[in-house]
Design a protein around this ligand. Structure first.
Ligand code: SF4
Ligand code: SF4
Length: 317
């Protein structure tokens, strides 16, 4: 089998057309997206310096890279070697290593969800990730090595979630997002791919995935009933060897498209603790987010089979 035989990128525009277009329109979100595509995307690639900085070891290189990412505002940084399974079909990535970046979303913006505030917060964090990754890639290039920002939002050549899992960010929750032991699930991901040799981090097992087997908060609160009850043996294994919980995207995405990019499953997750508490200083808050339960639209799987990700469709009643 060709090691690059991986699923194609999700055909977002076709899919949106199938559910009646991009229904959520928030001027702040539109403006930020425009800034990302007009100002940031042209800076995702660049020339490496002709003078290679002599680095004493991959450990030293990893230390420098992580320090620089944290200086730019990254909340989590991890490193792994790139494997073909993490690269989209027909894409060829220059580089051997991936630097995963996580940036937290403010819990206070999710006091009511889905909402205009939660949508704006999500796109704000994608903009910040773009900025952090651009600064990091510039730094790596200044050392004399190739570096490319893989778009945090929009089309990238790599799959951010498997990379972040391999780089030790956390475990996959029932809601399909990574849960970090300290930050919980309220963060977003970016990746920088590079030719710089770096010491890698290891995936972690903090007992989170097993905890999900006993907790169903995200399933109960999902307005579209898209979070599964059981793990699905046909959906592949996570990095710990567990069958994956498979979100029913045919139910999630139509709701997500109509309701401020939803994300209700993240603030209701019981792993939100400790770190977000600092959000509350000086702000009115509730103990638990208020989930807005609009009636979900019917499931929609209108992507041609050859353009779908390879996960099998869920059985629906
Ligand atoms: S984003 Fe919303 S609809 Fe999708 S799984 Fe999460 S809570 Fe459910
Ligand atoms: S709410 Fe509970 S079941 Fe859902 S991801 Fe969080 S810990 Fe797991």
């Amino acid at each position: 089998m060709d090691p690059f035989e991986t699923p194609p990128s999700f055909a977002w525009e076709d899919w949106y057309a199938g559910v009646g277009g991009r229904i959520t329109t928030i001027p702040e979100v539109t403006d930020t997206l425009r800034s990302i595509f007009d100002e940031q995307v042209p800076r995702f690639e660049g020339e490496a310096s002709a003078d290679k900085e002599p680095l004493s070891s991959p450990q030293e290189a990893a230390r420098l890279v992580k320090e620089r990412a944290h200086e730019s505002g990254a909340d989590i940084v991890g490193i792994c070697e790139l494997s073909p399974e993490e690269i989209y079909r027909d894409c060829r990535v220059e580089g051997t290593h991936a630097i995963a970046i996580g940036h937290r979303m403010r819990y206070r913006a999710f006091q009511t969800v889905p909402s205009r505030e939660s949508a704006i917060e999500q796109i704000r964090v994608y903009y910040e990730l773009g900025r952090i990754c651009i600064e990091l890639a510039d730094f790596v290039r200044s050392l004399g090595y190739h570096a490319k920002v893989q778009a945090p939002v929009g089309d990238s050549e790599v799959l951010h979630v498997p990379i972040a899992l391999k780089a030790g960010f956390g475990e996959l929750g029932r809601h399909g997002s990574i849960i970090n032991p300290e930050l919980g699930p309220l963060f977003r991901l970016g990746t920088v791919t590079t030719t710089l040799e770096l010491t890698c981090d290891a995936p972690i097992d903090a007992g989170i995935a097993e905890f999900c087997d006993h907790c169903r908060a995200c399933r109960i609160f999902c307005p579209a009933d898209a979070v599964p009850d059981e793990r699905n043996p046909a959906a592949g294994k996570d990095h710990l060897g567990f069958d994956r919980y498979q979100i029913d995207t045919g139910k999630c995405f139509p709701y997500f498209a109509r309701n401020n990019y939803c994300a209700a499953c993240l603030p209701v997750c019981v792993y939100n603790h400790k770190e977000w508490a600092r959000d509350f200083e000086g702000f009115q808050t509730k103990k638990f987010p208020e989930v807005v339960m609009e009636d979900p639209p019917p499931p929609y799987d209108g992507i041609p089979p050859e353009e779908r990700h390879s996960y099998p469709k869920l059985k629906r009643e």
